[in-house]
Design a protein around this ligand. Structure first.
Ligand code: NA7
Length: 550
C-alpha cells in the first residue's frame, strides 16, 4: 500500500460502549482533539454485539444510564429493564446530545499499538473491516496519539469451548456475543443452547418460543431471580425524573451504583418470620435485590448463604414439573454459594423446561463427547440432531478485550498480554507500569463486574479527563504508574477478592472459565465509593503512585 502521513490525534478512544462514549465526550469537552474507533458498525458496545433474542440489561432504569443532565432530561424509557434495541437507541441519543458523530469511526478494529519513548506517543494500527482487499479504500491505517483510552469492556472477546468436532458441524453456530446483526430465525429449527449464564438464561426463554425443538446444555445451574420488567409510561418517566437528582446522589453512595444497598442487618440474627418476609419482599421487588439488597452476611457466612439458597430453591421448585429437571436446575445441595456466580434475571425461565419441545441436559452427569456434522453426542450415547448451535459460553472476561490488542509499551519485546500472562497488574485498574499514557476503563482490578456500566464509566471517565487536563496544564506529556504502586494495588485487589464466599465458586470473576488463565480476583471488590475515594486521593496528591514527566 502507498505510505501516507499518519493521522494525528491528541487522544484516541477504543470502543463505543458506555466507557468509550463517556470518555469521548469528556475529552472533547476538555478541548482535546480526540477520536474514537469502534470495531462494530454501531454504538452501544455490549448492546451492539449481543443482539440475540431476549438480550436486555439486568440493571433497572433509571439507574442504568449516565447522569449528566443533558442526557436524561430529554430521554424516556419504555421499560424497567430495556432490551438491546432500546439501549442502542439510547446510545444514539447520547451521540446526538453530545454531538459526537463526526468523532467516531465504525468498522475499525485497533489491532496493535506501540509506544515511542522519544516522542511520548502511541502509534495505533487500525484495520478497517468493511473494505475488501480489492476495494480502492485503504484497509489498514496508522494513527498517532499521545494518549489512548482502551474501552473494550469486560465482555468483548467471546469464548467458545473447544468441543471435539465442533468445526465439522454443518449447521449454524453462533456465539451470543457475536450474534448476526441481521437476526436469526429459529422458527421450526432444532436448536441447542450451551451455557446457562446471563446470556443463556435470556436466550433460552426466547428460543423456546421459536424453535421446533430446543436442547439446553447446562454445566452449572443459574439461581435466576424474577425480573419484574414494568412498562414505563409517561407518568413513570415523569416520576423518575422528578427524583433523579436524589437518585444520582444515591448512585454515588452505593456499592455497585444501584439505588439500593445491602441491608446492614445479619441474616443469622433476625427472627425466621421476619427473614422470610424480608426475602419475599426482595423477590417481589424484582431485579437483583435478592442478591445485592440482601442481609450483608449472606455473601460472607456459609450458614446465612445456605439459608438464602434454600429460600430461593423453594420458590423455584413448584415451577418445575419434572423431578429430574428440578434436581438439575435447583439441586438440593447447591453447586456453589448463592450469589458467588453472576445471577441472572428471568421471567419464565423455569417454566420453559416444562414445555414438550424443550430438553435439558446436565453436562456434569452427561458431558458432550463430540460434535458431528449434524449434531451433538453426549456421554450417555444420546445424539441430538441440530440445525443451530448457540454458544452462550461467555467471554475471556475483563482482560480479554485488552489483551487481544497487541499493545507494546516501553519494552517492545513485551506485550500487555505477555506482562499479564502470570497475573494481572495495574494501578487502580486504570494504568499499567511500562505502558505510559495508556488508560483502561471497565477493565481488571477496577469495580467492573461489581459496578454498573454507566456508574463505572463516569467514575473512571471523570478521573481520566481530569488527569489529561492536569498533564496539559502542567506541560507534561507522560504518565506511568510506579512498579511499587502497581504491586500494592494488585496485592490490595487480591486481598479484597479473598473476602467472603466468592473464591468458593468457579467463575469468570476469577478467570476460571478460560483454560490456562491465571486464577486471581479480576475485579476490585471493595465497592465503587471506596474505589472512587482511592483514585481521587491519588489525583489530589499530585498523582501519588505515578511518575509524571515533561
Ligand atoms: P457467562 O456468565 O460466563 O456464562 C457462560 C455459560 O457457559 C455458563 O453457564 C458456563 O458454565 C457455560 N460454559 C462455559 N464453558 C463451558 C464449557 N466448556 N462447557 C460447558 N459449559 C460451559 O457468560 P454470559 O454471556 O452468560 O454472561 C456474561 C456476563 O454478561 C454476565 O455475567 C453479566 O455480567 C452480563 P459454568 O458456569 O462455567 O459451569
Amino acid at each position: 500500500s502507498i505510505s501516507v502521513e499518519p493521522n494525528r490525534k491528541e487522544a484516541v478512544v477504543i470502543g463505543a460502549g458506555f466507557s468509550g462514549i463517556y470518555a469521548l465526550h469528556k475529552l472533547k469537552e476538555a478541548g482535546f482533539d480526540v477520536h474514537l474507533y469502534e470495531a462494530g458498525s454501531g454504538v452501544g458496545g455490549i448492546w451492539h454485539w449481543n443482539c440475540y433474542p431476549g438480550a436486555r440489561v439486568d440493571t433497572p432504569v433509571p439507574t442504568y444510564q449516565l447522569t449528566s443532565d443533558e442526557t436524561w432530561t430529554g430521554w424516556n424509557w419504555s421499560q424497567r429493564f430495556p432490551d438491546y434495541s432500546e439501549l442502542r437507541t439510547y446510545f444514539q441519543h447520547l451521540v446526538k446530545v453530545w454531538d459526537l458523530g463526526s468523532l467516531i469511526t465504525f468498522n475499525t478494529r485497533v489491532e496493535a499499538m506501540r509506544w515511542d519513548e522519544q516522542s511520548h506517543q502511541w502509534t495505533l494500527q487500525l484495520r478497517h473491516t468493511n473494505t475488501t482487499p480489492s476495494s480502492s479504500e485503504q484497509q489498514d491505517e496508522e494513527v498517532v496519539a499521545r494518549d489512548v483510552v482502551v474501552c473494550t469492556g469486560f465482555g468483548s472477546k467471546p469464548y467458545i469451548p473447544p468441543f471435539p468436532g465442533l468445526s465439522k458441524f454443518q449447521g449454524e453456530l453462533h456465539h451470543t456475543g457475536l450474534w448476526p446483526q441481521t437476526g436469526l430465525d429459529m422458527t421450526g429449527k432444532r436448536v441447542a443452547v450451551i451455557g446457562t449464564g446471563a446470556s443463556g438464561v435470556q436466550l433460552i426463554q426466547e428460543a423456546a418460543k421459536q424453535a421446533a425443538h430446543l436442547t439446553v446444555f447446562q454445566r452449572t445451574p443459574n439461581t435466576a431471580l424474577p425480573m419484574r420488567n414494568d412498562q414505563y409510561d409517561e407518568a413513570m418517566n415523569e416520576a423518575w425524573k422528578k427524583t433523579f437528582d436524589d437518585t444520582k446522589q444515591t448512585i454515588l453512595r452505593t456499592y455497585a451504583g444501584f439505588d439500593y444497598e445491602f441491608d446492614p442487618g445479619s441474616a443469622l440474627q433476625v427472627a425466621p418470620e421476619v427473614k422470610a418476609d424480608f426475602y419475599r419482599n426482595l423477590l417481589k421487588s424484582g431485579g437483583l435485590h435478592f442478591w445485592l439488597g440482601t442481609y450483608s452476611d449472606v455473601l460472607f457466612s456459609e450458614e446465612a448463604n445456605a439459608e438464602a439458597y434454600e429460600f430461593w430453591r423453594q420458590t423455584v421448585l413448584p415451577r418445575i414439573h419434572d423431578p429430574r429437571n428440578q434436581e438439575i436446575l435447583a439441586p438440593k445441595v447447591a453447586t456453589h454459594p448463592f450469589g458467588t456466580k453472576r445471577i441472572s434475571l428471568e421471567k419464565q425461565y423455569f417454566e420453559v423446561f416444562n414445555q414438550d419441545n424443550v430438553d435439558l441436559v446436565s453436562l456434569v452427569d452427561n458431558p458432550i463427547v463430540e460434535v458431528t456434522e449434524t449434531g451433538i453426542r453426549t456421554a450417555d450415547g444420546g445424539f441430538h440432531e441440530l440445525d443451530i448451535i448457540c454458544a452462550a459460553t461467555g467471554f475471556d472476561s475483563v482482560t480479554g478485550g485488552i489483551t487481544s490488542i497487541d499493545i507494546r509499551g516501553t519494552d517492545p519485546k513485551e506485550s500487555i498480554k505477555d506482562k499479564w500472562s502470570n497475573g494481572t497488574s495495574t494501578l487502580f485498574g486504570i494504568m499499567v507500569n511500562d505502558f505510559p499514557n495508556l488508560f483502561l476503563m471497565y477493565g481488571p482490578q477496577a469495580p467492573t463486574a461489581f459496578a454498573t456500566g454507566p456508574s463505572s464509566a463516569e467514575c473512571q471517565g471523570d478521573w481520566i479527563a481530569a488527569c489529561l487536563s492536569y498533564l496539559r496544564d502542567h506541560h507534561l506529556t507522560r504518565i506511568e504508574p510506579t512498579k511499587a504502586a502497581e504491586q500494592d494495588w494488585r496485592d490490595h485487589t487480591l486481598d479484597m477478592g479473598e473476602k467472603g464466599l466468592f473464591t468458593k465458586a468457579k467463575s469468570w470473576y476469577y478467570g476460571d472459565n478460560i483454560p490456562g488463565k491465571p486464577r486471581e480476583a479480576l475485579n476490585y471488590m471493595a465497592g465503587l465509593p471506596t474505589y472512587r475515594k482511592k483514585i481521587w486521593d491519588s489525583a489530589t496528591n499530585d498523582y501519588e503512585g505515578f511518575n509524571l514527566a515533561a
